[in-house]
Design a protein around this ligand. Structure first.
Ligand SMILES: C[S@@+](CC[C@H](N)C(=O)[O-])C[C@H]1O[C@@H](n2cnc3c(N)ncnc32)[C@H](O)[C@@H]1O
Length: 321
């Protein structure tokens, strides 16, 4: 059995018998005014962080969600889009599609603004999306891509890139891990399917996105997620897993490389009213400016009167590029 088949089996079981402890979230469940999330959807929350941010959801975006789980994030996306077929949900597991369909009926009973027809559920594979080119404004996945091995991850990202409109956004939440993992962990299909042994370092995750062509990357959150310890897992050392929320924007690739925002800020503290690097960045005296890592490197070279913060890994918009 391949690891992809093992993954399908695990999520078929998780659809038929919801398992509250299957995954653990790093976020509280977002409760918006007038939104009631059915209990079963909360129990079937098989993601880590959140992919739903109001800032991405202006102007009635067409949303694609890959790997639907119990449907909670699709309901949250529908809260913003509120239109027939506004959110398309794709999943490869029939039982998961059926479970989420039933959950949307409950959501309809609990929310007078919601109609099941807001969500279009489609059987399909993240590696070969049944979605037209350049038809989507916001594409999302939560805790699916970390399961994929290198070549499959590349394919899944290129599929998301293909279906997004220019400037469309791929919003994701996934476990990451900065340490090497031993082969026993890596090759354990069950741990991989459980989002415990497939995760890769943030820089490799980001590179997979920029290699696909995404010109802007935003790391919006980074939190501790799990510890794989020798008393519970086949490892001699503690392995620390984190969870990130990340957006990849289908902006054209800048000539000098991608803009990767990791939560750095620049502050000019010289005597002039402002500092202009003549490359498009103007820093008013003692005013913070969010900057991407590339601009951080350039500004550090340009003046010794600019404070550049460390990456906070919490970027939420605005700034240099
Ligand atoms: C870890 S769960 C995450 C569910 C949901 N995103 C959440 O946050 O609760 C992974 C989901 O991806 C689905 N899935 C697994 N392999 C897939 C594939 N190749 N293509 C599309 N969906 C897949 C599973 O059925 C399951 O719904």
């Amino acid at each position: 059995m391949s690891y992809l088949e093992a993954t399908n089996d695990l999520y078929k079981e998780a659809a038929l018998t919801p398992d509250v402890g299957l995954c653990c979230t790093t976020n509280p469940i977002w409760q918006f005014p007038g939104l009631s999330i059915p209990k079963i959807m909360q129990e079937m929350n098989y993601g880590c962080g959140s992919t739903v941010s109001a800032q991405d959801l202006v102007n009635n975006p067409k949303v694609l969600y890959v790997g639907v789980g119990g449907g909670m994030e699709l309901l949250q996306f529908s809260y913003f889009s509120r239109q027939k077929g506004g959110v398309t949900g794709v999943d490869v597991v029939d039982e998961m599609l059926e479970a989420s369909k039933q959950n949307f009926k409950l959501a309809e009973e609990e929310n007078d603004w919601f109609k099941s027809e807001f969500v279009n559920l489609v059987k399909g594979d993240a590696l070969n999306l049944p979605v037209e080119d350049e038809s989507i404004d916001v594409a999302a996945q939560n805790c699916l891509f970390n399961i994929f091995k290198t070549e499959d991850l590349k394919k899944a990202i290129s599929e998301m890139y293909r279906v997004l409109k220019p400037h469309g956004r791929l919003v994701m939440s996934d476990p990451t891990c900065e340490q090497p993992m031993n082969e026993t962990l890596r090759n354990d299909d069950s741990l991989r399917a459980l989002c415990l042994s497939g995760s890769i370092p943030i820089k490799d995750y980001v590179k997979a996105l920029t290699d696909a062509g995404f010109g802007t990357i935003e790391i919006r959150s980074r939190k501790s997620y799990r510890v794989l310890s020798p008393n519970h897992y086949p490892t001699d050392e503690l392995v620390f897993i984190e969870s990130i929320e990340i957006a990849a924007i289908k902006d054209p690739m800048p000539k000098d490389g991608p803009c990767i925002f990791t939560g750095k800020t620049a502050i000019y503290y010289g005597d002039e009213e402002y500092f202009d690097d003549n490359a498009g960045h103007v820093l008013m005296q003692n005013q913070p400016l969010a900057i991407c890592d590339k601009t951080a490197r350039q500004l550090a070279q340009a003046s010794d009167q600019i404070h550049i913060s460390e990456s906070t890994w919490h970027y939420n918009g605005g700034g240099c590029c």
